[in-house]
Design a protein around this ligand. Structure first.
Ligand code: KG4
Ligand code: ZN
Length: 336
């Protein structure tokens, strides 16, 4: 079965062609350049760029897969969560294609896509496992019992980890998106230069919080600027110290969750899973915990349509279908 996957929930337009479990083609058009000068995603500009790119990307994905439109047996499209205007572009394109070809369409939750991206690389991820989705919009832990059987164990109470990276980068005038830039600088700085108190919560929880650290960085940056010491050395040390704190918070919670459910593995995905410091620390912690840690290749961690096509293909194979009233939803958790 050939499934066309379409993703446009935020600032990446993406189209993939999946045959069974094999990605025949995957195209991604990043809008980083469009949003960089604003230091964050501007929703209306995102929608307009998706509109421009979506059909050319469908064409180029089919070309790369050496297929034509008539070979498509089903369409999988992200319909939640995300920016409404952005989602509507991909959703409308997907509906048009499914209607014209008279093939089934299925709506896919973007978070479920991230959670399952790993299956495009390996068949052996054991259940139950803990899945951590860590991106620009989400930081959530799931108890994954089987495909489609998720329970939310914890999530952020304020900023997502990627959002904190982007905001901290903005505070230090580093550019957008901030994650990869801070990651690179962190490798050159002293991670013990600054210390941040980890967030405290009342009672037992697996939730996250990153806004306190962001504020602490802001106060330190202001102080250093007043003292005329806002230079490259400071930026490197701050990047390294911030990264170390975020990585530790993420790893602490992930392995607490794994112990709680006696997980046979942990799986990490989403844009922040591309982080070098996080990948290294995860490997170390997994060894200590004695369970495997799966982190997909970077192109499967950041937003892509292969993961959407994968989830959609499994749903279509189960006989699930959406109808032409399928709508876009801005906020939709899974496993609640
Ligand atoms: O999953 P994704 O591509 O889009 C969302 O669904 O949000 O994640 C984008 C986020 C951005 O906040 C970006 O700064 C962050 O992932 N990111 C990183 C790295 N690469 C991307 N954060 C930390 N380190 C990285 N290497
Ligand atoms: Zn994402």
């Amino acid at each position: 079965m050939i499934v066309l996957g379409i993703e446009s929930s935020c600032d990446e337009t993406a189209v993939a062609v999946l045959e069974g479990n094999k990605v025949r083609a995957s195209t991604v058009a990043s809008q980083d350049e469009v949003h960089a000068r604003f230091g964050g995603v501007v929703p209306e500009l995102a929608s307009r760029k998706h509109l421009e790119m979506i059909i050319p990307l469908v064409r180029s994905a089919l070309n790369k897969a050496d297929l034509s439109m008539s070979d498509v047996d089903g369409v999988a499209v992200t319909n939640a969560p995300g920016l409404i205007g952005a989602l509507l572009v991909g959703l409308s394109a997907a509906k048009g294609i499914a209607y014209a070809l008279d093939v089934p369409i299925v709506g896919v939750n973007h978070l479920e896509g991230h959670l399952n991206a790993v299956h495009l690389e390996t068949d052996d991820v054991p259940y139950p496992h803990v899945g951590l989705v860590v991106s620009g919009g989400h930081t959530s832990l799931y108890h994954v019992r089987a495909f489609g059987d998720y329970e939310l164990m914890g999530s952020t109470r304020d900023d997502a980890a990627g959002e904190a990276y982007d905001k901290v980068a903005k505070l230090m005038d580093l550019g957008y998106p901030g994650g990869p830039i801070i990651d690179r600088l962190a490798g050159m700085g002293d991670e013990t230069a600054f210390s941040f108190t980890k967030p405290k919560f009342d009672g037992e929880t697996l939730d996250f919080s990153f806004s306190g650290i962001k504020t602490a960085v802001m106060l330190e940056v202001r102080k250093i600027q007043k003292e005329n010491r806002f230079n490259d050395d400071f930026k490197r040390d701050m990047a390294a110290s911030f990264q170390r704190t975020v990585v530790h918070i993420l790893c602490d919670r992930l392995f607490e969750a794994a112990a709680k459910i006696n997980a046979k593995a942990v799986v990490v995905s989403g844009g922040v899973a591309a982080n070098k410091g996080l990948r290294k620390e995860l490997e170390k912690r997994a060894k200590t915990a004695g369970i495997p840690c799966y982190i997909p290749a970077i192109k499967l961690c950041t937003d892509n349509a292969s993961m959407i096509a994968y989830v959609g293909a499994r749903r279509l194979a189960n006989g699930e279908r959406s109808d032409m009233t399928l709508n876009a939803v801005a906020n939709q958790e899974i496993g609640v």
